[in-house]
Structure formats: structure tokens, C-alpha cells
Design a protein around this ligand. Structure first.
Ligand SMILES: [Zn+2]
Length: 329
């Protein structure tokens, strides 16, 4: 069976001018499974995913993938891995495994999260984790939430969903208030420290920009949006000594999180390409500044490879319907 799906994938994702570039999005890789982060791989699950990527795909760095896509020189079954936000576990857990399987990756760093040590949404997750039975959710106007063991995941989803589209500063303040209301413990550091970005580079991992404050770009005026993107690029250049070539839109859905104005800003600042959270895989018809991504994770070999076939096949339908919007959903 694997041989059949592998051949099918080879047909659907050939090399050269008709090639597809699959881009897989990660955030964290955990030491152990976490019930409050379902879908986030443990080291063991991540390693199995890397083994499948090695078995079914031809991994390359996103930068090389983009260059070869435009030149019509991609290998068949081409894939690039990305990690958003800049978690410390990207260095501690993911990087050694990536090196073991010789799989390149790009980490997109949100500057404020790295400086502060934690993302706003993780403050909420840690607040719910720490809360003993009840959580004061009045900072979000939600009263008192029941966060007994089985209710914790639902509470995380409700709280993050309620805060996501608040103004950036208010979103962080609300998250801090929720955390302070739940526990006296110091806020844990979850993100890389700036010096670790150089260590990641030593593992061969590329560093890309992801704004300063991880805002919903669509909620900002054009000047603020441009500053968020340009300042994050400058900060990374100062820390790593290299100009980041790649960008990832925070949250990343076209129309709700960013739009054509932000595509133009990213292009005008001189980036090589940008990735979104829109679903699909890239072809030569795709905009290099709106590259789609998709999560292929299935906990079996056959599930993994058939999902790749399904997503790649979908791009043929999209291309036939509308070449300009291929990959945008
Ligand atoms: Zn992000």
C-alpha cells in the first residue's frame, strides 16, 4: 500500500514546471503530549512525522523551495517545514531531530513574544492550567468559568476565541490579567531567548519574520502594519546578523487576518516570499507572498500519504477554477 500511495503522490506532485510545493506549519514540539494542546506533537510523534516526511517526500528549505518553484526546478513531492512564533522547544526538541533526519526548517519569530518570554495565548493556556476549579474570566467579560479537569480545554478555546481579535495591547493585558487571577506563580518562559536564534542557525534552521507584536494586521492602519513588519525584520537582522528573507502573516487567514495591502507591504520591503495559514499547496501560479500551508498529520503511514495526495489533488481543481487564487480558501 505505501508503494501505491507513494507512486500516486509522485504523479500528483511531480518535479519541474508542474511541481507542487507542500509547506507544513508547526508551532511547538513538546517533550510529552499535552491535553491542553491537542494536535501539538510530542517529540516521539514529531519523530514519526519526520520519518514519514523522509519516506514520502523530498524536504528542502522554504527558501530553496521558493527559488526552485519559480525556476521550475523543484523535485517531485517537495516539502518545506515551518515553525511559527519562536518557541524554545524548536531549539531544544525539534532542531536535534530535524538534524538527525537532515530536514531543513524555517522558524518565524514574533519579536515581542521572544522578548517577553511568552505568547498571549499561552498565558491564557497557563492560566487555565493553573486554575483550581474556577477561573475569573471577568477581564474578558465572561464571568467565572468552570475549569474543572474535563472543562479546561473548552475554557481555553472559549477564552482564546474571545481574545483573538481584541486590539493587540488589550489582548496582552487581558491575558496577563487572566494569568494573574489564576496563579501567583511567575510567568514561565516558553520562547527562545535572542542568543538562541544564533544556535538555531547553527542547526541550519532559517529565521523568518513574523511581526513584533503578532497583531491581526487587518486591524491596524497601514503605517502601523508596515512598522510591525519592518521593525521585526530589522530586529532579527540586528540579532542574527542576517536579513530575514521570509515572512509569515500572524494568524494568517486572507480576508480576516491580512489582505492585499499587507501582501504589498511585505513585497515592497524586499522579502523573497511569505506564508499564510490558508489551506493548500503552492504551484507556479501561486503568489509567492501568499503561500498556502496545510497540516498533514495522521497517526498512520497510510493516513499521512493519502492526506498528502488529497491536498495536492485539490490544487489541480483550484488551478482549473481560478489560477490566480489557487491555494486561497
Ligand atoms: Zn504566529
Amino acid at each position: 500500500m505505501p508503494a501505491v500511495t507513494r507512486s500516486l503522490l509522485h504523479l500528483l506532485s511531480p518535479g519541474g514546471r508542474r511541481a507542487r510545493l507542500m509547506i507544513f506549519p508547526y508551532h511547538r514540539v513538546l517533550a510529552n503530549e499535552d491535553p491542553l494542546l491537542p494536535g501539538t506533537p510530542s517529540a516521539a510523534r514529531f519523530e514519526r512525522q519526520l520519518q514519514r516526511i523522509r519516506k514520502y517526500c523530498n524536504p528542502l528549505s522554504l527558501e530553496e523551495g521558493v527559488e526552485r518553484l519559480t525556476q521550475g526546478r523543484l523535485p517531485p513531492r517537495a516539502v518545506a517545514l515551518t515553525f511559527d512564533d519562536g518557541y524554545a522547544n524548536n531549539l531544544k526538541i525539534a532542531a536535534p531531530l530535524l538534524k538527525k533526519y537532515e530536514i531543513p526548517a524555517t522558524v518565524f519569530v514574533a519579536v515581542d513574544a521572544v522578548e517577553r518570554g511568552i505568547m498571549w495565548n499561552d498565558l491564557i493556556i497557563e492560566a487555565v492550567r493553573s486554575a483550581d476549579g474556577e477561573l475569573d474570566a471577568s477581564p474578558l467579560g465572561l464571568g467565572t468559568l468552570n475549569v474543572h479537569k474535563d472543562g479546561k480545554l473548552a475554557a481555553v478555546k472559549q477564552l482564546i476565541g474571545s481574545a483573538l481579535y481584541l486590539p493587540t495591547k488589550q489582548r496582552m493585558e487581558v491575558s496577563q490579567a487572566l494569568y494573574a487571577g489564576a496563579t501567583d506563580a511567575r510567568v514561565p518562559r516558553q520562547m527562545l531567548v535572542p542568543d538562541q536564534l544564533k544556535e538555531l542557525r547553527a542547526f541550519g534552521v532559517d529565521i523568518g519574520a513574523h511581526t513584533v507584536n503578532h497583531p491581526i494586521l487587518l486591524s491596524l492602519d497601514d503605517t502601523d502594519a508596515r512598522n510591525e513588519i519592518a521593525d521585526s525584520r530589522r530586529w532579527l537582522r540586528d540579532v542574527t546578523g542576517e536579513e530575514p528573507k521570509l515572512f509569515a502573516y500572524p494568524n494568517g487567514k486572507f480576508g480576516s487576518d491580512y489582505d492585499a495591502r499587507h501582501v504589498e507591504i511585505v513585497r515592497s520591503l524586499g522579502f523573497l516570499a511569505a506564508v499564510a495559514a490558508d489551506w493548500g499547496c503552492a504551484t507556479r501560479n501561486s503568489s509567492l507572498f501568499e503561500l498556502p500551508r496545510f497540516k498533514p498529520w495522521e497517526d498512520s503511514d497510510s493516513g499521512f500519504s493519502s492526506r498528502l495526495c488529497k491536498v495536492v489533488a485539490q490544487t489541480y481543481v483550484q488551478n482549473r477554477q481560478s489560477p490566480a487564487s489557487a491555494g486561497r480558501t
